[in-house]
Design a protein around this ligand. Structure first.
Ligand SMILES: C[S@@+](CC[C@H](N)C(=O)[O-])C[C@H]1O[C@@H](n2cnc3c(N)ncnc32)[C@H](O)[C@@H]1O
Length: 464
């Protein structure tokens, strides 16, 4: 990285940490001009956290720059860009503006006021460029707010055709005999999730070295299984991080896998092996894996313990499993959503999801369900279905996860908790307490029920 940019970045980080954003922003602007790709991730992180009320032109220029930087996932800036555009154009107008174009084509909207503006725009006579950009936005959000009349963008039509072809040719372990797996497959064949656009570039990282640092060194080249890979973000991210990995990506949904395979091809990660099938049939993949990762998947199975056992079985001797599961406390409000949906009799069709969303969008702030509007998943059909209309969902307390791991012959290496949770743990139990003690963590979570809103992420190792 450019040395002066690095220095400015450090000073700006310190100023922002102390809440002196007025000082931090010009330093970041300068650093961005010196070293775009090196500075953009830190600047984007700061921008994403800002609560914008005005529209400073320099900030707008920097935001547009960051939206196009290869080292930044533009989606992380969706909220900031929407707020800046609404601050710039408080009244509905048709304006051709590069920031509008960047926002509409590079982000999926996640702001309720912007959603209303998009629906309004779709009803106006628009210049061709803006109309095309709005059509891309409407397609990306799966017409959750309307916009069907704008038509499917030609690029998207080509991508859909390619995904159909890839899905039809997808290698498969065969049909699952599990009823819930079949129902889950139907959900994700109709609504592959998550929809993602443009991942941030990755610095090279040795995954094997990471596992060795966790105390679980593995034979190389490392064979990795991403179990329930959805639309392929995780296997592609891993492949971009570490080209030495031999990655298999497994999912029930051929449509989700096809999305991932298309993206892998576009990003030059064609060596990933995509396979359709049930985790319960993982033994059919052949071979054993030094690392298995399963994020947000097992809690959608009828018997997650059976899924965990199948994954433990797929591990090589001493292999590592990384698993992420929903917290019962953090998801309590989803129970409210399920109750409201059942009460109104809404189904998971596009019409049912839209009716539910309309109700949530109309709620006054402060109502428990109004917080759904803060979730990015609320703003696409597939995301909203995954969030509130799932055919099967289990929620966990940490001690129960500990028991499930032990029963599968797995030993906990680490609970990968966010910094805030780590600080709370130290406050509650002292710096020397055992951070692998899930009962101690459970006490921390009881006092701070939203601490694991981003799921419990656990690293474990197969016992010898
Ligand atoms: C919520 S999505 C998560 C996708 C991805 N892991 C991520 O973090 O973005 C859950 C995925 O798990 C897959 N899945 C659920 N049960 C499965 C099973 N028994 N075997 C294989 N995949 C499964 C679904 O098809 C879906 O794509």
């Amino acid at each position: 990285m450019h040395p002066e940019a690095a220095q400015l970045l450090a000073m700006a980080g310190e100023a922002a940490h102390q809440g002196r954003f007025g000082q931090a922003l010009p330093m970041l602007s300068h650093a961005l001009a010196l070293d775009l790709e090196g500075t953009a991730p830190a600047y984007a992180e700061l921008l994403a956290g800002l609560r914008l009320t005005g529209w400073p032109p320099q900030l707008e220029a920097d935001l547009a720059t960051c939206l196009h930087a290869g080292s930044v996932d533009p989606q992380s800036l969706a909220r900031a860009a929407a707020r800046m555009l609404l601050a710039k154009y408080p009244e509905p107008v048709v304006a051709e503006d590069p920031l509008w174009a960047a926002f509409l084509t590079r982000c999926i909207n996640v702001d309720p006021a912007m959603e209303a503006r998009l629906a309004w725009l779709a009803g106006q006579a628009l210049p061709a460029g803006l109309r095309e950009a709005l059509a891309a936005q409407a397609f990306a959000s799966e017409y959750v707010w309307g916009g069907e009349g704008l038509g499917v963008p030609p690029v998207a039509a080509t991508e859909i055709a390619e995904e159909r072809r890839l899905a039809a040719a997808m290698p498969s372990l065969g049909d699952s005999s599990d009823q819930i797996s079949r129902a889950v497959r139907i959900q994700y064949e109709a609504n592959p999730y998550p929809r993602w656009h443009a991942p941030a570039g990755r610095q090279p990282v040795s995954v094997a070295a990471h596992l060795a640092a966790l105390g679980a060194p593995q034979a190389e080249p490392l064979a990795v299984l991403v179990a329930g890979c959805g639309t392929g973000f995780e296997p592609i991210d891993l492949a971009r991080m570490d080209a030495s990995l031999a990655i298999t990506a497994l999912d029930l949904s051929a449509a989700s896998l096809a999305y991932g395979q298309r993206m892998a091809g576009a990003l030059g990660m064609g060596a990933i092996r995509f396979v359709q099938g049930d985790i319960l049939d993982a033994a059919k993949l052949g071979g054993r894996f030094g690392l298995v990762s399963s994020t947000g998947v097992l809690h959608h199975m009828e018997r997650p313990a059976d899924g965990l056992a199948a994954l433990a079985e797929a591990l090589a001797r001493g292999g590592v499993l990384r698993v992420a599961l929903y917290s019962e406390r953090a998801r309590a409000w989803v129970v409210e959503a399920h109750r409201a949906i059942a009460g109104h009799g809404w189904d998971a069709s596009p019409a049912g999801i839209r009716a539910f969303r309309a109700q949530v969008l109309a709620l006054p702030a402060g109502q428990p369900l109004a917080r759904l509007r803060e979730s990015d998943d609320f703003y696409t059909l597939s995301g909203c279905r995954d969030l509130c209309f799932h055919v099967r969902e289990h929620w966990y307390r940490l001690p129960a996860i500990g028991e499930m791991l032990a029963a599968a012959g797995l030993e906990l290496l680490m609970l990968d908790a966010p910094p805030e949770a780590q600080a709370r743990f130290a406050q509650a139990h002292g710096a020397a307490a055992d951070r692998r003690d899930l009962v101690l963590w459970d006490q921390v979570e009881a006092a701070h029920p939203q601490l694991f809103a981003g799921m419990f992420h656990l690293w474990c190792r197969k016992r010898d």
